[in-house]
Design a protein. Structure first.
Length: 287
């Protein structure tokens, strides 16, 4: 009962109206008056706060004033940041490539790598030379190699130009052959034009041993297979694997490029090597 009386008393007090009057100081005449209760004053204050908050939010979100907020980044600035990050990444790769080139030149000029040890007349830039080939052979090694040559002089060479006659290769891409194997003119593979831009598949299972970007051949990827076979895929627009990755036969390792060959189609060039001998891929793959 006492609680109910307190509530009624409080409600009555909130609704009790006060008279607010303004008088002229000189004439003591009443200029303006208003009757207001505590409840009305509270409601007016809450409504005014809501209006001020809504107007402030509208100004900060719908006008250029939002740029003055700390931590605000516009869409144009975000795009510029992403573009700068990509440019820095590209420049870093170029710097690394140029650094490796300068290091090689410094090694050649200083005599750590013999300049004549590289066959400059060979037009194929994808041949790799093991580090041991740049070291002078010992007397024991020379004696062994001479003895091996003498013993194998009259033996049958089972690794002829048709060394891969017993293997079946998965086609790297499906398409039309636009340039055939021609080692006499420095072309050590075949060039294939698929019907459309597609993935480039590994012809055999193996391990990726090299991935790089060439000014002449675009993105290149090399895969080492069993029995000393190496497959090389040139003119790619994007590589899907990195050095050391294991790949399965038929697994996509790159994407064909957007260049045109003949009737406006992308193409890819495929090479197959065995113990340093280039093989004609068309003899072992049906495209």
């Amino acid at each position: 009962m006492q609680t109910g009386n307190k509530i009624k008393s409080l409600w009555k007090e909130l609704r009790f109206r006060y008279k607010l009057s303004i008088f002229n100081e000189n004439t003591l005449a009443m200029v303006w008056e208003m009757r207001i209760s505590k409840l009305s004053a509270i409601l007016i204050a809450v409504f005014a706060s809501i209006c001020i908050g809504a107007i402030t939010i509208s100004l900060l979100t719908g006008t250029p004033l939002r740029r003055a907020l700390p931590g605000y980044i516009s869409s144009d600035m975000r795009g510029q940041i992403v573009s700068n990050a990509l440019s820095v990444d590209s420049l870093s790769r170029i710097v690394n490539i140029n650094g490796a080139y300068l290091d090689n030149m410094a090694n050649i000029l200083s005599g750590r790598i013999t300049f004549d040890s590289i066959d400059l007349d060979r037009k194929q830039p994808l041949l790799t030379f093991p580090i041991d080939s740049l070291l002078p052979a010992s007397t024991a090694a020379k004696s062994f190699m001479q003895k091996y040559k003498e013993e194998s002089k009259y033996s049958l060479d089972v690794f002829s130009q048709n060394v891969a006659e017993n293997i079946i290769l998965y086609p790297p891409v499906k398409g039309r052959t636009v340039r055939r194997f021609d080692p006499q003119h420095g072309h050590y593979g075949i060039r294939i034009a698929p019907e459309r831009k597609s993935g480039v598949a590994a012809v055999l299972g193996g391990t990726v041993i090299a991935t790089y970007l060439s000014m002449e051949f675009g993105y290149v990827i090399e895969v080492q297979h069993s029995n000393n076979y190496i497959s090389i895929y040139l003119y790619n627009s994007q590589l899907l694997k990195s050095v050391g990755d294991k790949v399965e036969e038929g697994e996509n390792i790159a994407l064909t490029n957007d260049r045109t060959e003949g009737n406006n189609r992308p193409f890819v060039e495929f090479q197959l090597w065995h113990t340093g001998i280039p093989l004609d891929p068309s003899e072992y793959i049906r495209f």
